[in-house]
Design a protein around this ligand. Structure first.
Ligand SMILES: Cc1cc2nc3c(=O)[nH]c(=O)nc-3n(C[C@H](O)[C@H](O)[C@H](O)COP(=O)(O)OP(=O)(O)OC[C@H]3O[C@@H](n4cnc5c(N)ncnc54)[C@H](O)[C@@H]3O)c2cc1C
Length: 507
């Protein structure tokens, strides 16, 4: 019963935007035609329609709508949420009864690569997709330094969270690679900010869960783009060896360019699957046949080294010397070489496959945790093969990140240890698999309960809480600052109500 209540749906009979909004003089337009699209997201667990959708043609449109809602004062129930592409999991980009701003409609500024302060960077609109930022940068032989695993997310959406992938251990998350931004605050003011100008707003917005302003432009750091990637997977039968090798690699000065990992539990025919569906080849085909995952829990290190074709020999020597330091069994090494674009856009291939069989737009009860290094072995021992008895409903990612690459002036919340692990349970729950949603949600609850009982001081990434005391505990010592910033930049709690941190009626 409790579980059934988690999937919340609300319908609306609106046929026109609220009349007070219709009087605004906008370059773009307000509509109700796509309110149902804006009442859903990738999580597919919460469906709360707005009363209008703004397709902004200029930053002034976003500013005008927010200023208008601000002028209506605390008694008006209208709120405003920016929507990147709605890849949120629990309605975070929804604005029940309010206005959703579809950021893809904001085509300004046009993407522009420039060299500011001698270093390359790119100016992009907040609604731009990372794949498009990459394509534009590649025209100049450049690319952003830090990524997410999936590139069809927006710049504003990932900067509101953190933006983590296998490059974060060396370059920091995406929020550590932004130089300046243009923000529309919760009062409708348009503010340019950077580490030097309006620095408090700059840091507040990064990892700020959309609470302090809408990112309309961001200036992202770039670096020379490699042409090719040597991409490797190595299997382990025990967790501590994987963790030891991952930690050795993330702390080494000369190391791989990308380090991730994943957990495989009770999955049949894994190696056959790799052989038939990917370009990965075992380095030692004969011995690799003796190692498969049927019925077991295996751990996989995923690493990549970037190179240009003329440097292939040097790259291979560097890879060999790094692999020599690891404790894996050589027969479990699988490798491939792909273009840099193919490597970065790898999840899109899975998306297309899943879409073609109707398995993309299903509920996604994902759980993303950041676990302190000192407790990761306890977590692994209590969860893998126990609370989680198979990984057939979606990948389980696991890799370390370094706190020193995160700026503690941002709003992002991470554990208080130099090394911490991202552990992501990326479950899918298709309707054809009866009861799978309830099972996945129950599993998530049990994982959280386990952390709580064992005193594991984890933090949720892409956090989902519904009560103020839970949010306060999430932010810990940072809560006061977060709340103070809210009072300054969005005093009426107009922005991103779907995060369910602040409520308009609190003021
Ligand atoms: C398949 C898949 C893979 C993913 N992989 C990764 C990964 O590897 N690493 C990682 O870090 N994350 C990953 N994510 C999570 C992703 O970062 C979040 O889904 C995030 O919400 C971005 O999605 P979006 O751009 O569609 O933003 P939305 O979901 O639309 O918005 C997210 C939040 O940000 C706010 N927001 C959106 N745009 C703006 C803006 N311009 N200004 C201010 N606030 C804004 C919204 O109101 C909402 O609160 C993945 C998600 C999916 C679906």
């Amino acid at each position: 019963m409790v579980l059934a209540l988690r999937s919340i749906t609300m319908t609306t009979s609106n046929t026109a935007p609220p009349s007070s909004l219709e009087a605004l003089d906008l370059k773009g337009h307000l509509t109700v035609h796509d309110i149902s699209q804006c009442a859903t997201d990738f999580g597919n667990l919460r469906h709360l329609p707005p009363s209008a959708v703004l397709h902004p043609a200029a930053v002034s449109d976003i500013s005008a709508v927010i200023k208008h809602v601000f002028r209506l004062g605390p008694r008006s129930e209208l709120t405003v949420a920016a929507r990147g592409r709605g890849h949120s999991l629990h309605g975070q980009a929804q604005a029940p009864g309010g206005v959703v701003v579809r950021m893809e409609s904001l085509r300004a500024p046009e993407m522009r690569v420039l060299a500011a302060g001698g270093l390359p960077c790119i100016d992009v609109s907040g609604g731009e997709l990372w794949i498009d930022v990459l394509m534009e940068s590649l025209k100049h032989g450049l690319a952003p330094k830090s990524w997410t695993d999936y590139l069809h997310l927006t710049v504003g959406g990932t900067l509101s969270n953190a933006g983590i992938s296998g490059q974060a251990f060396r370059n920091g998350p995406q929020i550590s690679n932004v130089r300046e931004m243009e923000i529309v605050t919760g009062k409708g003011e348009v503010v340019n900010c950077s580490t030097e100008v309006h620095a408090d707003l700059f840091y507040a917005v990064l990892g700020g869960l959309g609470q302090f302003g809408i990112i309309t432009r961001a200036r992202i750091d770039l670096e020379p783009a490699p042409k090719m990637v040597k991409w490797m997977r190595v299997l382990y039968s025990d967790f501590s060896s994987l963790a030891q090798d991952q930690e050795l690699l993330v702390s080494a000065e000369k190391t791989f360019d990308y380090i991730e990992g994943f957990v495989i539990i009770n999955k049949t025919g894994l190696l056959n699957h790799w052989r038939s569906s990917s370009s990965f080849k075992p380095k030692n085909p004969v011995q690799a046949d003796s190692f498969d995952s049927d019925g077991k829990t295996l751990f996989c290190l995923e690493i990549a080294k970037y190179f240009n074709p003329e440097e292939t020999d040097t790259m291979n020597k560097e890879v060999e010397s790094l692999l020599c330091k690891l404790s894996y069994i050589p027969s479990t090494l699988f490798e491939t070489e792909v273009s840099y674009l193919e490597f970065l856009d790898r999840v899109h291939v899975s998306e297309l496959k899943l879409r073609s069989i109707g398995l993309w737009e299903v509920p996604h009860p994902w759980l993303n945790l950041l676990i302190p290094r000192t407790r990761i072995c306890d977590f692994a021992a209590g969860v893998f093969g126990k609370i989680v008895s198979d990984s057939n409903d979606g990948p389980i990612l696991l890799y370390p990140a370094s706190k020193s690459k995160w700026d503690n002036r941002t709003s992002a919340v991470i554990p208080d240890e130099e090394v911490f692990y991202l552990v992501a349970f990326l479950s899918s729950a298709p309707a054809s698999d009866a009861g799978s949603l309830e099972l996945a949600l129950r599993k998530n609850d049990r994982i959280l309960e386990f952390c709580w009982k064992e005193g594991i001081q984890m933090k949720q990434y892409l956090p989902h809480y519904t009560r103020l005391d839970e949010w306060k505990a999430h932010f810990g010592a940072g809560w006061e600052k977060f709340e103070h910033r809210k009072r300054i930049y969005d005093p009426l709690a107009i922005l991103a109500p779907g995060q369910r941190i602040f409520h308009k009626d609190m003021h």
